[in-house]
Design a binder for this molecule. Structure first.
Ligand code: S3P
Length: 667
């Protein structure tokens, strides 16, 4: 099986280069919408995260009458203040978002006479809400659960009241609980104090202070006085450190290169994963550090390092809680043992991240074990291969996506689309950073690779198939990989007009490789898929898909991977140049346009075409040649065969003879 960039065996080197601006911080994005709705007047939010979780918050606020416009990179919110918010007419669908649920439950609790029912997807409905229900009830709100006795998950109804002030000792560090109580206090005008055993992320405190609220942060907690007014604010949302962490890890595990992650939120309550990586041995430095809207922001510059296993635990856990699945994946590549402890909270995140991470690591062949409050991983250089079940958890999909991008690992992922929760463009950003294989790190396969290239309708595909058969090696059908991606995109709910590289590559981790006796073909979700790839809707869309550069990179990576497992004949554009600069034999087939047009029509019509038909087709082909000029240049060491006067059998004979001669001279 192959993953997004399932690019090969351990001969290949991963070189990363480039700049990534991860999308806006999720925690800050939620809060910028909610606090802007509470302020009377105009707030502006730039670089907002436009992901499924933030959409859930926006939808819920709109349902309560707040003026939240359609989300964009730069939006203006005309806040109406808490008093003007009303009960939503229908249940609030919080989808997968715990932050939406807990923060907005706090808000509704503080709005006397207002009531809302909260619903969510299966994952969210399993998450505990008693942690907010208990203090909100203690303040005087009514919270009802519908499930069996003792069940504290969604659906949940919250009825607001005239609340009493509260001083709450929270047994865990939780920014969601803290945020819920602060919102309840602000909405009902009462004082709130929250104490925590360790410091949880403090974005609410920082943003409220910037909005004129008197926030008293003391050792062990925070206090907000009664009767505070929230003012409008212009917010520049920094890049999410939890999203940037994926690329930090990728650069740390690469063989060569450097990544620069810009505008990253470096709030000290969020930078635990960077600290852990540095302790593990990653050369990571911060540049251009500055303060933007009360948050520290900077560029994280990362290079590959020699990593050692670590203990991650104690007060450090809340500072890297969302990155622990990723750090566990990184630990599989570190020398020695990594232990994560004091992280029982992982069991109640979007999935039980202790059991899900360990189960997947083991399925891939890694040495991992569950602990009651964490996990233990022993690193090795062993390739990791297999299929990942994400349980719909975005951070699992991305953490394993990073592992899958490493040379030698071949990982498919069941639900890559779930990254939409926090990082919708993750897969295309990954493809861009992993980038093309340069001649310096090209595959040095020990296998035979026959690369057949040529202009449109030169007959390269059918000739390649026949050559493979005659030589008894596999034909790699690169076109089928473009078709697999097209097929998956057609089965998504996104209209073809809205397809771009980012959308298409979202589906890539579902595509694996299947070896038959004669060919290497794509599989989808681990199963064979042949006939549907030839369906008409796929055929109609595939050429557009195949023109997108990052999609081409992905298919090229698939083809290279196939060549690392067995002898192959491959046909397609760029095959002898970009894809296999070191192929055993490179053949470039040319033919007079008239003859190519005739062959294409015979194939299409199943009869001999007449001259006017050929003339028309020739014109189209010449135009296509001009468009393709950059792609179809032969490699300098390619052998060009003019097939104008050759039958297909004669072409195949020649290539087979050349292949045999090359093989002989190589041995
Ligand atoms: C968040 C707080 C954290 C974190 C979550 C977002 C927030 O959860 O895991 O992804 O925005 O407040 P806790 O409330 O459990 O700390």
């Amino acid at each position: 099986m192959a993953a997004l960039s399932g690019v090969g065996d351990t001969n290949r080197r991963l070189v990363v280069r480039g700049v990534v601006r991860a999308p806006g911080d999720k925690s800050i994005s939620h809060r910028s919408l909610i606090f802007s709705a509470l302020a009377v007047g105009q707030s502006r939010v730039r670089a907002l995260l436009q992901s499924a979780d933030v959409q859930a918050t926006a939808r819920a606020l709109r349902a309560m009458g707040a003026g939240i416009p359609p989300l964009g990179a730069d939006i203006v919110i005309n806040g109406i203040g808490a008093d003007a918010l009303r009960s939503p007419r229908e249940a609030l669908d919080c989808a997968n978002s715990g932050t939406t649920t807990r923060l907005l439950a706090g808000l509704v609790a503080g709005l006397a006479g207002r009531r809302a029912r909260f619903e969510g997807d299966a994952s969210l409905s399993r998450r505990p809400m008693r942690r907010i229900a208990a203090p909100l009830r203690a303040m005087g709100a009514r919270i009802e659960f519908e499930g069996p006795e003792g069940h504290d998950g969604l659906p949940m109804s919250v009825t607001g009241g005239a609340l009493s002030p509260i001083a709450w000792d929270n047994p865990h560090a939780s920014a969601q609980v803290k945020g819920a109580l602060i919102l309840a206090g602000l909405a009902s005008g009462v004082a709130v104090e929250v104490r925590e055993p360790a410091r949880s992320r403090d974005h609410s405190e920082r943003m409220l202070a910037a909005r004129g609220v008197a926030v008293d942060v003391f050792d062990g907690g925070v206090r907000i006085a009664e009767a505070q007014h929230v003012q409008p604010l212009d917010v520049d949302v920094p890049a999410d450190p939890s999203s940037a962490a994926f690329f930090t890890a990728l650069a740390a595990l690469a063989d060569e290169g450097e990544l620069r992650l810009t505008d990253v939120c470096l709030n000290p309550t969020r930078t635990g994963a960077f600290d852990v990586l540095v302790r593990m041995g990653v050369p990571l430095r911060i540049e251009d550090e500055r303060v933007v809207g009360g948050e520290n922001v900077g560029t994280v510059v990362v290079r590959p390092g020699q990593l050692s296993g670590m203990h991650i635990g104690g007060d450090e856990i809340p500072r890297c809680i969302d990155e622990l699945p990723l750090l566990a994946c990184v630990a599989t590549r570190a020398q020695g043992e990594t232990r994560i402890t004091d992280a029982g909270e992982l069991r109640v995140k979007e999935s039980d991240r202790i059991s899900a991470v360990v189960e997947n690591l083991r399925a891939l062949g890694a040495d991992a074990e569950e602990l009651p409050d964490g996990m233990r991983i022993v690193g090795s250089a062993k390739p990791l291969q297999g299929h990942v079940t994400t349980h719909g958890d975005h951070r699992l999909a991305m953490a394993f996506g990073i592992l899958g991008a490493l040379p030698g690992n071949h990982i498919t992922i069941d639900d890559p689309e779930c990254v939409a929760v926090s990082y919708p463009t993750f897969w295309s950003d990954l493809a861009r950073v992993v980038g093309p294989v340069s001649p310096t790190n090209a595959v040095t396969s020990t296998h035979l690779v026959i690369a057949i290239d040529g202009p449109a309708a030169s007959g390269k595909s059918s000739t390649a198939q026949w050559v493979a058969q005659r030589l008894g090696v596999r034909h790699v059908d690169s076109g089928a990989f473009y078709r697999a991606l097209t097929y998956l995109a057609l089965h998504s709910n996104v209209e073809p007009e809205r397809w771009d590289e980012s959308e298409l590559l979202t589906h890539a981790p579902r595509v694996g490789q299947r070896m038959t006796e004669r060919s290497v073909l794509p599989s989808v979700d681990g199963a064979a898929i042949d006939a549907p790839l030839r369906d008409r809707p796929v055929t109609e869309q595939v050429s557009r898909v195949a023109q997108m550069p990052l999609v081409r990179e992905w298919v090229n990576a698939q083809v290279r991977h196939a060549a690392e497992a067995s002898d192959v004949v491959v046909d397609g554009r760029d095959i002898g140049t970009a894809v296999f600069p070191r192929a055993t034999l490179k053949v470039f087939l040319i033919a007079d346009p008239w003859e190519r047009a005739r062959r294409r029509l015979v194939q299409r019509l199943g009869r001999q075409p007449d001259d006017p038909e050929i003339a028309e087709e020739t014109e189209a082909l010449v135009a296509r040649d001009a468009l393709d000029a950059t792609q179809s240049a032969p490699a300098r060491d390619a052998i060009t065969i003019d097939t104008t006067a050759l039958t297909q059998e004669e072409q195949v004979d020649r290539i087979v003879a050349l292949a045999r001669a090359t093989r002989r001279s190589a041995t």
